[in-house]
Design a protein around this ligand. Structure first.
Ligand code: ADP
Ligand code: MG
Length: 509
């Protein structure tokens, strides 16, 4: 007796179809699983046998061998229980319907309940892409799976329920497809709460328009955290593809909100400065996505940047550049995406008041430069804009003036992004911050006097080649915000104003 049932495997973000092949013969009673199954899969045997007993299904007193194909890929996790159980039910003649177009995902408890598993969204997408028309998933993951259109989703709470369904005794109702709610920014933090700070707000708007990384330097209480927390409210809406990509990361990390199966708001993550390297970039014995991947398609806020472990920050450099993190383990390499906008904030010196208009800084010159040198040059190079945030003036705080709401800023951001989308169509580049060096000069055409200004700045400040590229890209964004084709002198000079560290702190050393 031979039968085959479809399951799905998962390696990092990567879901792939698995065939559960069952061979049952008379002979010595045994139950084996082969096909590069790790310990967690082998333990399936005990769970399944016990779950069958608890559900009142007689386990076949025969020789049962399960092969998980393809046999050359290592299988981990407990999500194969349900597919293996379906194969056994089929072998003992308890399946009346055609299940060749169905995939099964889920873990069993000894008592026969179907437990939720991580990564149901990418596994359901894989099932659909490999031609399955139905997928059986744990009840608690059913809403998550129902995000995928074009495949029928059945939420299963017990093995008994699956048995009743497959032998046509009592059918499980399919999950209605999930229709994402319109994105709703009500109640989100809004820029209208921030009084004054026109310069910082403009710089942040530029960063949001071009997807640029930005670092803010200023004394405590100047409003850096307040500004950063409001950036998600002006970022362009997520596309459906971006939503699914981000949700996949959360699904794998097991962090998906059960009532909100599709993430439609760009993530905002703000890890504490005591975060470990693995916590920030991903890792662990069983690899998990880190904060940078949980921010995928959104924003990673590094508050008090100078307080982070230097070694932890250094590990960020590669992922920021590549927009992905690879983690190697004996069982293979997993890769998580991390296309993020990085926003950082820091004090200018240990006491926090270097450069403050009224309070006196008590640090020595050496202490100030030591403080800044906690952040390595190559890491700082990853920030396209660096701005100083001065404390808000009393007049701004007390003026009672209404500040511009995020919704208005967001419309401008959206417009600037549309220009970029048209420019980069078909290239895989998503925004100005990601312009590759091969097309940099073609895309960032300068007027003659803009070129002269940039040359002058480059020589006077002794800029690195990378800093030069960054200024060029930020100038491109500023020109886009005005709908200008060619980058003019004023755009370059505004971009240079957002390079505080080149001009002020580092230049003095
Ligand atoms: N421009 C501003 N408008 C309104 N409130 C402000 C402004 N700047 C600072 N504040 C107030 O000061 C508090 C401290 O700001 P915060 O963002 O925590 O400063 P920082 O992160 O720079 O130390 C804010 O929570 C807010 O109440
Ligand atoms: Mg703060």
């Amino acid at each position: 007796m031979f039968c085959r049932v479809k399951g799905v495997g998962l390696n990092g973000m990567n879901a792939y179809p698995v065939d559960v092949e069952l061979e049952m013969s008379r002979g010595l009673e045994r139950f084996d699983i082969v096909g590069l199954a790790d310990v967690s899969v082998k333990e399936s045997r005990e769970r399944i046998r016990s779950a069958f007993r608890s559900s009142g299904i007689k386990f076949p007193p025969a020789s049962v061998v399960i092969n998980l194909a393809p046999a050359d890929v290592k299988k981990v996790g407990s999500q194969h229980d349900l597919a293996i159980s379906a194969a056994i039910l089929d072998a003992i003649g308890e399946v009346n319907s055609d299940i060749s177009d169905s995939a099964f995902i889920g873990e069993l408890s000894l008592g026969g309940e179907v437990r939720g598993v991580n990564g149901v969204l990418p596994m359901t997408i894989s099932a659909k892409n490999s031609g399955r028309r139905r997928v059986f998933v744990p009840k608690e993951n059913a809403r998550e799976a129902s995000v995928v259109s074009g495949i029928e989703v059945y939420g299963v709470s017990t093995l008994k329920e699956l048995w009743d369904h497959l032998c046509d005794r009592e059918k499980i109702a399919p999950m209605p497809p999930y229709v994402p709610e319109a994105e709703d920014y009500d109640g989100a933090l809004d820029f209208c709460d921030v009084m004054g700070q026109a310069f910082a707000k403009k710089a942040i708007e530029v960063a949001a328009c071009g997807g640029h990384n930005i670092i803010m330097i200023g004394s405590p209480g100047s409003g850096k955290s307040m500004l950063a927390k409001r950036i998600p409210s002006i970022l362009p809406a997520m596309t459906f593809e971006e939503s699914v990509e981000t949700t996949n990361v959360y699904s794998i990390a097991g962090l998906l909100d059960k009532s909100q199966p599709l993430i439609t708001r760009r993530p905002f993550r703000s890890p504490h400065h005591t975060v470990s390297t693995a916590g920030l970039t991903g890792g662990g014995t069983i690899p998990r996505p880190g904060e940078i991947s949980l921010s995928h398609n959104g924003l990673l806020f590094l508050d008090e940047l100078a307080e982070f472990q230097r070694s932890t920050l250094e590990v960020l450099r590669q992922p920021i550049e590549d927009q992905k993190v690879s983690i190697s383990r004996a069982s293979g390499t997993v890769t998580y995406p991390c296309s993020v906008m990085i926003v950082a904030a820091m004090n200018p010196c240990p006491c926090g008041y270097y450069g403050h208009p009224t309070k006196k800084c008590v640090c020595t010159k050496k202490q100030v430069s030591q403080y800044l040198s906690k952040i390595s040059g190559p890491l700082l190079d990853r920030f396209d804009l660096h701005i100083e945030v001065a404390p808000v003036e009393f007049e701004s705080l007390s003026s009672g003036r209404k500040e511009e709401p995020s919704s208005v800023i967001r419309e401008r951001v959206q417009r600037a992004r549309e220009i970029q989308n048209r420019r980069f169509r078909g290239t895989g580049i998503t925004c100005n911050a990601r312009i590759t060096s091969d097309i940099l000069h073609e895309v960032c055409a300068l007027s003659p006097d803009a070129n002269a200004l940039l040359k002058d700045v480059f020589e006077r400040l002794g800029l690195s080649a990378r800093a030069y590229d960054k200024i060029l890209k930020v100038s491109r964004t500023i020109a886009d915000m005005e709908g200008a084709q060619t980058i003019e002198k004023k755009h370059v000079s505004q971009a240079v104003r957002y390079r505080t560290l080149d001009r002020k702190f580092w230049a003095n050393e």
